[in-house]
Design a protein around this ligand. Structure first.
Ligand code: TXA
Ligand code: MG
Length: 326
């Protein structure tokens, strides 16, 4: 039976995790579907419930530096510095893994992703159970959950315990970074933009002793956070060019041409002008509009909204969209 539990039932969450089961956990970014990193069975269940392919690695959630260092084989000075600045918080570090980390978690890669989430309930759970491997608690490729109820609608028929920690404070996933280190200079690669912005990293690195460059990039690993289509709602989301009526007959015709279906009941997604609020509300808005009876969601582009937190929002919008029209 699907159960949403609160703080007072913390014990049952702990027990499930210690008995090879999964639990949905709150974090400051989005809800995660968690397994103890020591349980092969629970890790397999995470992939099965999400229908997630095994080539997509999971993030290991820790509640201390020691737990992070127990899963990585190398803890470079710059990683240590950034973790000190941004943990607990929405920054995920990709580092060489220790051989004992279950290869199911890392999809057979030589690296492991770690982060210390900022949520009291989940930090307590990790302190009790040990590190938790957790992807976002949604069906593969679909809109991420920023509230306990969202998780419930993703897995209505499962025997799943959801630990309700309230609405997520950040609302978008963590920033995933990896490192290229040389004697002369360190390079930080942003693999997925998120809750810690490029400017946040830049600012922190200005106070760091060694020259460090930030680069947007991918390691060439096909991980779904980097796939073109991801985070998709149940009805098409269409990115519309600036100016004019987003639902003009010409635009609806352009949509029909590509999707083969003319929207009869289009609705519009409007983001808050404050990017922190826009991010917090984003997945909830997408879900509400997708179940509102509308048959397409239109969102108008806005070139003035870029940089800072908008980078992560624009990244998710681009991947959640089925198509883009002028
Ligand atoms: O905020 C978040 O990061 C949330 C909460 C639950 O912590 N988690 C999350 O997990 O977004 P998930 O599985 O939906 O996305 C994790 C992404 C993967 O898509 C992948 O791109 C990247 O992290 N990742 C994990 N391990 C990696 C590795 N070894 N190398 C490169 N990328 C990795
Ligand atoms: Mg995800």
């Amino acid at each position: 039976m699907l159960q949403i539990i609160k703080d007072e039932d913390f014990e049952s969450a702990r027990q499930r995790l210690q008995n090879d089961d999964v639990v949905a956990i709150p974090t400051e970014t989005v809800y995660g579907l968690a397994a103890s990193i020591a349980s092969d069975q629970a890790i397999r269940k995470v992939f099965a419930l999400k229908k997630r392919p095994f080539f997509d690695p999971l993030i290991v959630h820790v509640a201390s530096f020691q737990q992070a260092r127990d899963v990585v084989a190398d803890w470079p000075a710059v990683a240590d510095y950034l973790a000190r600045v941004f943990w607990p918080g929405p920054l995920t570090l990709v580092l060489p893994k220790r051989p004992e980390v279950n290869p199911l978690i890392t999809s057979g890669l030589e690296t492991v992703a770690v982060r210390h989430p900022r949520h009291e309930l989940t930090e307590r759970l990790i302190a009790a159970v040990g590190p938790l491997a957790a992807p976002s608690a949604n069906r593969f490729g679909r809109t991420s959950p920023s509230r306990a109820e969202h998780v419930a609608t993703e897995f209505p028929n499962e025997d799943l315990l959801i630990l309700d920690g309230g609405p997520c404070e950040v609302g978008l996933e963590s920033t995933v970074i990896s490192f290229e280190l040389t004697d002369a200079q360190d390079t930080i690669l942003i693999l997925r933009p998120g809750g810690v912005t490029e400017q946040d990293l830049q600012q922190a690195l200005e106070r760091w002793s060694k020259p460090t460059k930030i680069q947007l990039g991918s390691t060439g690993i096909q991980a779904p956070g980097q796939l073109k289509h991801h985070y998709m709602p149940d009805i098409p989301l269409v990115l519309v060019g600036e100016g004019g009526n987003p639902a003009s007959p010409e635009r609806l015709k352009a949509i029909e041409k590509t999707l083969g279906l003319r929207p009869q009941r289009p609705t519009q997604l409007t983001l808050d002008t404050d990017p922190a609020i826009a991010a917090r509300e984003f997945y909830d808005q997408l879900r509400r509009l997708a179940s509102s009876g509308a048959d397409a969601i239109l969102i108008q582009k806005n070139a003035s909204r870029s940089g800072g937190f908008w980078d992560a929002i624009n990244d998710r919008l681009g991947r959640a969209a089925s198509l883009e029209i002028p």
